[in-house]
Structures are given as structure tokens and as C-alpha cells.
Design a protein around this ligand. Structure first.
Ligand code: C2E
Ligand code: MG
Ligand code: MG
Ligand code: MG
Length: 283
């Protein structure tokens, strides 16, 4: 009896676990199928000008339309895709798809939108990445000035020198680079001096605490001031409240992104958005 109960308990436990998370062997196989069968799609989240409230760009965020699990968030599969190397074909698909979709959307807009695409460090530092970018631009017809690549500070693990070279070449192509999740890695303000990036995205964890932690507020202020002195644009991500938004605008943060303005949405919804989000004007 006890044995049976034990066994049942274990099975129940295992079953629950399997429901919650992918088993990594299965996930690898399922990702392979997903790539072949185009189960991925892009959502887009607007970024607004902190002063005018106008949408200036959108960030492409990948979603997996899983046949059984429904919509799966990138946090649940990007890390494994990075481990298995599947991030390379997936990342290329995202880059190309984002350029195709936004180039097309722009044909119906008076003002062109920029699109920001997240690039895994592995993808960014890989030989051939520049060729991929060139080919995607040529193929999709998106103007290079409308493409922005978001990388995190972990690209620097490969050596600052090679990253500077790559960013410089991208810059000559007209493509901009943003430092994503700034402040979370082994980031140092000195990178702002060394890297030819165009934009810094302050991580959401700073925005979350900006109203409650004076030291965090001081760091945010220094990053904004210093980035501006380096000629860089500053974005704050994860704005959820009016207070956070006003605080960051007062500190001269240039661009804001977060649920307060809009959540990531499918392309069809993005197409219907007005230039100015309701309530996005300052005060
Ligand atoms: P990220 O690039 O820092 O993107 C911002 C994440 O914050 C997105 O989550 C977005 O939905 C979420 N977010 C935006 N505003 C708010 C807010 O106000 N509050 C809160 N709580 N969250 C907010 P998502 O879409 O789940 O993506 C998570 C991460 O997955 C991204 O972080 C990025 O690192 C990665 N990722 C997403 N798409 C791609 C991709 O195509 N390629 C690669 N390599 N990574 C991707
Ligand atoms: Mg990003
Ligand atoms: Mg980010
Ligand atoms: Mg982030």
C-alpha cells in the first residue's frame, strides 16, 4: 500500500513538472520541428519619445506558437536554443522576418518606423553575422537606418576589440546598435566610452526601483548624463506607472518602453496603432 502510494505520488509529481517545463531533450527536438514548420511569430512593442509621446520604433519579440502549449515566451526557449546552437537559424529568421514585416508596414505609413531586433551574443560575434545583415537588408529592402540591433553586455566576453570593430562596421552600413539590459551584466560605465553604440537601454530592474531606492535613482541619473555626453540616446524599459514615466522624463531619458504605453502585440494590431498612443503625451 505504502509502496503504491509512493509510486503514485512520484508519478503525480513528475507529471506536474512535465507540464510546467520542457524537458531539454524534447525541447531541442521540438525547436527543430518548430524551425522547419515555421511555428515562430513576432510580436512588436512600441517605444515612445519621452517628450512628444510619438511612437518612434518597435522592438521585435519572438513568440513560439506551439501546437499543444500555445504561445510560449522567449524566456522559456531562447536559453536552450543558445545552448544547442539553434539560436543561429532562429535568430536569422527573426532578423529577416522583422525586416520584411516592418518594411511592408512602412509602405502604409507616413513616417517610417524603426525596428529593433534582439541579437544573441553568440549570433552577434559569429563569423558571417555581418554578411547575414547585409543580405537581409538587400533582400528585404529595409533601409539600414531603420534597423537597430539590441545586444547585451555579454557580447563583450568575446573581447572588447572585436566587438568595437563589428559595431563600427555596422555603423558604416547605417545600422545602429543598442546596449540592452544595461546595468545588469558586468557592465561598467566605461563601456559607454569605448563602444560605438548608439543607444543604451536601462534595464527594467532599475526602472522598477527608481521611485523607492535613492541609490538606484542616482545610478540611473549618472548613466543618462554620461550616455548623453557620449552622444548616445537613452531608453528606459519596463515603464509600468505614470510615476516612473514622469521620473524618467524629468531625468531627460529620451525614449520610454513599457506596459504603461503598450504591451508587445501581433503585427495585425501594430498596424492599427495611431502615431501617438492614447495617454502617451507628456502631462
Ligand atoms: P528584452 O530584449 O529586454 O525585452 C524586453 C522584455 O520585457 C520583453 O519580454 C517585454 O515583453 C518585457 N516588457 C516590456 N515592457 C514591460 C513592462 O512594462 N513590464 C514588464 N514586466 N515587462 C515588460 P519578452 O518578450 O518575454 O522577452 C524576454 C527576453 O527574451 C528579451 O528581453 C530578450 O532578451 C529575449 N528575446 C526576445 N525575443 C528575442 C529574439 O528574437 N532573439 C533573441 N536572441 N532574444 C530574444
Ligand atoms: Mg531587447
Ligand atoms: Mg531589454
Ligand atoms: Mg530586459
Amino acid at each position: 500500500q505504502a509502496k503504491r502510494q509512493g509510486k503514485n505520488t512520484w508519478q503525480w509529481y513528475d507529471c506536474q513538472n512535465a507540464e510546467r517545463s520542457f524537458n531539454s531533450v524534447n525541447l531541442r527536438h521540438e525547436l527543430h520541428i518548430a524551425l522547419k514548420e515555421s511555428q515562430f511569430e513576432l510580436y512588436y512593442q512600441p517605444l515612445v519619445d519621452a517628450v512628444t509621446g510619438r511612437i518612434c520604433s518597435v522592438e521585435a519579440l519572438v513568440r513560439w506558437r506551439h501546437p499543444v502549449r500555445g504561445l510560449v515566451s522567449p524566456g522559456d526557449f531562447i536559453p536552450l536554443a543558445e545552448q544547442t546552437g539553434q539560436i543561429i537559424p532562429l535568430g536569422l529568421w527573426v532578423l529577416e522576418q522583422a525586416c520584411i514585416e516592418i518594411a511592408d508596414l512602412n509602405t502604409q505609413r507616413e513616417r517610417a518606423l524603426c525596428v529593433a531586433v534582439n541579437i544573441s551574443s553568440l549570433q552577434f560575434i559569429r563569423d558571417g553575422f555581418l554578411d547575414d545583415v547585409r543580405q537581409v537588408l538587400a533582400k528585404t529592402g529595409l533601409s539600414p537606418e531603420l534597423l537597430e540591433l539590441e545586444v547585451t553586455e555579454s557580447v563583450l566576453l568575446k573581447g572588447v576589440g572585436s566587438v568595437i570593430d563589428l559595431m563600427t562596421t555596422l555603423k558604416t552600413l547605417g545600422v545602429r546598435v543598442a546596449l540592452d539590459d544595461f546595468g545588469t551584466g558586468f557592465s561598467s560605465l566605461s563601456y559607454l566610452r569605448d563602444l560605438p553604440s548608439h543607444k543604451v537601454k536601462l534595464d527594467r530592474s532599475f526602472v522598477e526601483k527608481i521611485r523607492t531606492d535613492r541609490r538606484i535613482a542616482a545610478i540611473v541619473q549618472s548613466v543618462i548624463t554620461m550616455a548623453h555626453q557620449m552622444g548616445m540616446v537613452v531608453v528606459a524599459e519596463g515603464i509600468e506607472t505614470q510615476e516612473q514615466r514622469e521620473d524618467l522624463a524629468r531625468r531627460h531619458c529620451d525614449i520610454l518602453q513599457g506596459y504603461l504605453f503598450a504591451r508587445p502585440m501581433p503585427l495585425a494590431e501594430l498596424k492599427k496603432l495611431p502615431d501617438f498612443l492614447p495617454g502617451a503625451q507628456r502631462y
